[in-house]
Design a protein around this ligand. Sequence first.
Ligand code: NAP
Length: 345
Amino acid sequence: MMGYKVAVVGATGNVGREMLNILAEREFPADEVVALASRRSTGAEVSYGDQVLKVKALDQYDFSEVDICLMSAGGAVSKEQSPKIAAQGAVVIDNSSTWRMDPDVPLIVPEVNADAVAGFRKKGIIANPNCSTAQLVVALKPLHDRARIKRVVVATYQSVSGAGKDAMDELFSQTKAVFTLGDIESKKFPKRIAFNLIPQIDVFMEDGFTKEEWKLVAETKKILDPKIKLVATCVRVPVFIGHSEAVNIEFDQPISVEEARSILRNAPGCVVIDKHEPGGYVTPHEAAGENATYISRIRTDPTVDNGLVLWIVSDNLRKGAALNAVQIAESLINRKLIQAKKKAA
Ligand SMILES: NC(=O)c1ccc[n+]([C@@H]2O[C@H](COP(=O)([O-])OP(=O)(O)OC[C@H]3O[C@@H](n4cnc5c(N)ncnc54)[C@H](OP(=O)(O)O)[C@@H]3O)[C@@H](O)[C@H]2O)c1
């Protein structure tokens, strides 16, 4: 059977490299995978399974034979390029925030709303949510199916890889500078991140919330349920990979800790590790490189009627970005919503 031609745009970046790993790991039905990035990276080499791909420049690439374009090159590039790529007949699955709230673009987390992928035909673009949203809704959805969620209060602890490869370099070089008494330079973050944390991700909005906090609210409503009230505080922490979230949930009816644990144990994409002993929970270090959304520290919130408290951890480059994008592509194929162009010809 003829497979698909897949383009990975941003293939030299944190998310793009992980996309190539995941396509290979999951044996995605691709006949050909092309790696694209900016002109700066032309000729650079990236790994795809046991193959080495030479990176090509996006602005000179012809997409007329491409079936699926996994895009992770930032908002400005996506705004300009995604409609052009879609016009050449490739389905664009985009990781930036550019298209997420467009009513003609489905915003998908396959464990939650995979059927909505069918809406891709309007613009030829499907959006991947923000990394913190993806892992949050994977855990909220099965609970919401059992007892309607009225309100969520979330504090995030987000790793530096969520801000790209330069941000990871900044944590590394600042940490080294602390030990060698060198100069600490901050370029990617507004304050020092090494041995510190920063209660600001993305820009401030008029109401005092940051754009990252707004995204978590707006995207959860679009993917899961517009009736859910949510308030977030998003914090950058000196962790390389893995986002964590402390989440308080208020339901419209009682739900016990035991029942929540059993629902989450059986929910797609979720793994519960919740022992009441030192180390009986998951930290970002263990979640890095894994595909699951881990749920620990499940407790009753005694301060509200029908409340639970959870600790949720996942690899932001995987479930928060690359894995989710590849799962969206798989959803299109499983539902027979796309056909390989070569096969169709
Ligand atoms: N990191 C996460 O957890 C996460 C989660 C969800 C969504 N996202 C989103 O995913 C996107 C990529 O994030 P990242 O963390 O992978 O960033 P990154 O590590 O900084 O990589 C950026 C990638 O974009 C490429 N690029 C930049 N300008 C380009 C241009 N003009 N034309 C073609 N390619 C260009 C870069 O290529 P060069 O190497 O050639 O510069 C690189 O491959 C962003 O929109 C981000 O918001 C990230």
